[in-house]
Design a protein around this ligand. Structure first.
Ligand code: CMP
Length: 138
């Protein structure tokens, strides 16, 4: 099924010059980049993005982190894009992420797990509206 999902490359990924590596993997898989921008995220946008985690102990730290430097916002479209991207990024905790995944190959700690990707189609719709209010080309 044709879908569009959101990928964020977090400040650590941008700092480590991994924009190209992450994007290369997405495109090599056969998915299409249908929205792309490098921004400094507003605190309010990040807090809304992570609203489901508001009561979790890591909420403040993850919001601090996402606003600590530039991030890449990417809309990715294609067949089963939501599930395909989640699998490609690997488990949230990089030490549990399989080799061959972005996190399994390029990250080590949950606090700096390189990317965020939408968990399901409903989250994707909500997150794409939040990060791409201007729309995408998908
Ligand atoms: P992400 O997929 O962006 O969603 C929430 C983020 O919070 C997660 O990736 C991690 O970077 C961060 N985080 C920190 N600690 C935890 C935790 N214990 N469980 C889930 N996410 C965590």
């Amino acid at each position: 099924m044709a879908e569009t999902t959101l990928v964020l490359i977090k400040p650590g990924g941008v700092e480590r010059n991994l924009i190209g590596e992450v994007t290369r993997r997405v495109e090599a898989r056969g998915l299409r980049v249908t929205g792309l921008k490098l921004i400094r995220a507003e605190r309010g946008t990040v807090e809304e993005h992570y609203a489901e985690h508001r009561e979790r102990p890591f909420f403040k730290d993850v919001c601090d982190y996402l606003t600590s430097g530039p991030i890449v916002c990417m809309a990715v479209s294609g067949t089963n894009a939501v599930k395909a991207i989640r699998a490609m990024m690997g488990a949230t905790n990089p030490v549990e992420a399989a080799p061959g995944t972005v996190r399994g190959d390029l990250a080590l700690t949950i606090d700096d797990n390189l990317t965020h990707s939408s968990s399901d189609p409903e989250a994707a719709e909500r997150e794409l509206k939040l990060w791409f209010p201007e729309g995408t080309v998908g």
